[in-house]
Write a protein that binds this ligand. Structure first.
Ligand SMILES: Cc1cc2nc3c(=O)[nH]c(=O)nc-3n(C[C@H](O)[C@H](O)[C@H](O)COP(=O)(O)OP(=O)(O)OC[C@H]3O[C@@H](n4cnc5c(N)ncnc54)[C@H](O)[C@@H]3O)c2cc1C
Length: 485
């Protein structure tokens, strides 16, 4: 019996919950060519934020390359358009853990990479000043508030911040200011917290950003880019020797086969369906999101604030429920709705790839967060509730690069991956996608991509088999068999 982490995630389900962000759906939501091309240079699996940045990097990096994108469902309909809308680096809060797991040098490299990724995402939008992308996507800088709901979480954050300020370069020090519980109440209107920290943040309407970018790419490179939605990939194989004229890889889809010289897996939590040897190393994790109306009295800080509420994970002895370690919220600039997500669930319900359902306990708990921490004279109304599937890696950081033979069972050559963003796609995906494009085009990325993120044989046998990064959230816990998740 496989443990939950080792189960086949399958293909994305055909009847997912509909996120607030996806309404109304984009005009390109169901885009496809009438007939699937028979061959191309590069096939990208997945049309969400990682797939989009790989495509952008390839098309801009080589004026001749042809790219086909295969997407199981609608355009950019993965976790990318089901998330909290935070553009955020996880590295400030996670710095102590990064140092512990990967050492100071790698922790600094990873933190720099995530901070630069945020700037590169803004730069990508600025590349299209004539378009309405910036306005439509509402991409904006915010003041980020990280609040800690218990003393242990506050102390851990202080420790992480001390390490950050000790090790990071001068221009990165003192990004966040700590506040006591009383200050957080007086200055931020936050109740029931042990303390808070305040620093730079950003937010966006994610579906509009990535669909908007696809639209601009399709317009600019219409002769070299094809996006085939509702075309799930079923399998990848190698063409027999001597029959690889149209491309070494044969990609089997619901609409027939396509040949390519390279394939790129941007399928995040679903990747191990196509690459079973990654099961247990890269696994799906179902997140819960909501749009909540807390009345006009709440937005005393408006949409230029983004928030996270962290607590120390603990297990309720009676129910076995592992309580959330993180709630996160941004505010929609038009409606004032609070876009709030977070988990309160048994690990076995979290490690799940079905986004047609919403975690029951999490959705019951999610409505208690705002009244617990903020004053409002209005009654809270939930306007929308949905789920999304993230990709978590066993060691807590993404995996990118050329896939070794021990993952694919095929000679190491033209198969690539960028996945496992551990709930922080906006801190990683855009740069990881560009890095894959550059590597595929033969460029050296060692000057800007942390070596710790590379999917090497050593990492597959080491931290990706034994990692404990997520023990606080999904384990150490036991499945029915009593084995460690
Ligand atoms: C509830 C929730 C809240 C989140 N909040 C935040 C946040 O506030 N900030 C943040 O930075 N991150 C957040 N994240 C994480 C972030 O959304 C992800 O890390 C990011 O979207 C990953 O992007 P991706 O393109 O790699 O994967 P995805 O967006 O998951 O896209 C993968 C794509 O691959 C497709 N696919 C899968 N299998 C196949 C197949 N066999 N054939 C063809 N296509 C396939 C899927 O349909 C999907 O479109 C959140 C995620 C969730 C679910």
């Amino acid at each position: 019996m496989p443990t939950p982490l080792e189960r086949d995630p399958g293909l994305p389900v055909s009847d997912p919950t509909i996120p607030f962000w996806q309404l109304p759906s984009h005009p390109l939501a169901s885009t496809s060519s009438g007939r699937l091309p028979t061959s191309t240079d590069v096939v990208i699996f997945g049309s969400s934020m990682t797939g989009c940045s790989v495509a952008k990097g390839l098309l801009e990096g080589n004026p001749k390359i042809k790219v086909t994108v295969l997407e199981a469902r609608g355009l950019a309909s993965g976790a990318t358009s089901r998330n909290g809308g935070h553009i955020v680096s996880p590295s400030v809060g996670d710095f102590a853990e990064l140092v512990e797991c990967f050492g100071v040098k790698s922790a600094i490299e990873i933190a720099e990479f995530t901070l630069k990724n945020i700037e590169m995402t803004f730069d990508a939008v600025a590349e299209f000043p004539e378009s309405t992308l910036a306005r439509d996507s509402k991409i904006r800088r915010t003041t980020k508030v990280l609040a800690y709901t218990d003393q242990e979480a506050f102390e851990n954050a202080q420790h992480s911040l001390r390490l950050w300020n000790r090790h990071m370069p001068v221009n990165r020090k003192d990004l966040f200011t700590m506040m006591s519980s009383d200050e957080a109440k007086a200055k931020l209107g936050l109740r029931n917290v042990a303390g808070a920290s305040v620093g730079p943040g950003a937010a966006v309407w994610p579906y509009r950003l990535w669909c908007g970018l696809w639209s601009l790419l399709l317009e600019k490179h219409h002769d070299r880019l094809a996006v085939e939605t509702f075309t799930p990939v079923h399998a990848v194989s190698e063409a027999p020797r001597g029959e690889d004229r149209l491309g070494r890889y044969v990609v089997k889809t619901s609409r027939g086969e396509i040949r390519a010289s390279h394939v790129v897996y941007c399928t995040n939590g679903f990747t191990s369906h196509l690459l079973p040897s990654l099961r247990g190393k890269l696994f799906p994790f179902r997140g819960t999101m909501s749009a909540q109306d807390f009345g006009p009295s709440f937005p005393n800080h408006g949409a230029d604030r983004s928030w996270s509420l962290l607590s120390t994970p603990h297990v309720d002895e009676k129910s076995g429920v592992r309580s959330a370690s993180l709630y996160y919220l941004t505010q929609d600039t038009d409606t004032g709705y609070m876009m709030l997500g977070g988990e309160y669930e048994r690990p076995e319900d979290l490690v799940c790839s079905d986004d047609s359902k919403v975690n029951t306990r999490s959705s019951e708990e999610i409505v208690k967060v705002l009244p617990r921490h903020f004053e409002s004279s209005s009654t809270l109304r939930v306007k929308s509730l949905w789920s999304g599937i993230m990709g978590f890696s066993k060691d807590g950081i993404p995996m990118i690069g050329r896939l070794p033979e021990e993952v694919t069972g095929r000679r190491e050559d033209g198969e690539w991956i960028a996945a496992g963003f551990n709930g922080y796609g906006t801190g990683y995906c855009y740069s990881c996608g560009l890095a894959i494009a550059q590597m595929l085009l033969g460029k050296d990325v060692s000057g800007w991509v942390p070596s710790a993120l590379m999917i090497t044989k050593e990492r597959l046998r080491g931290s990706l088999s034994t990692g404990t990064f997520w023990d606080g959230l999904v384990g150490p816990s036991v499945d029915a068999e009593g084995s460690k998740l």
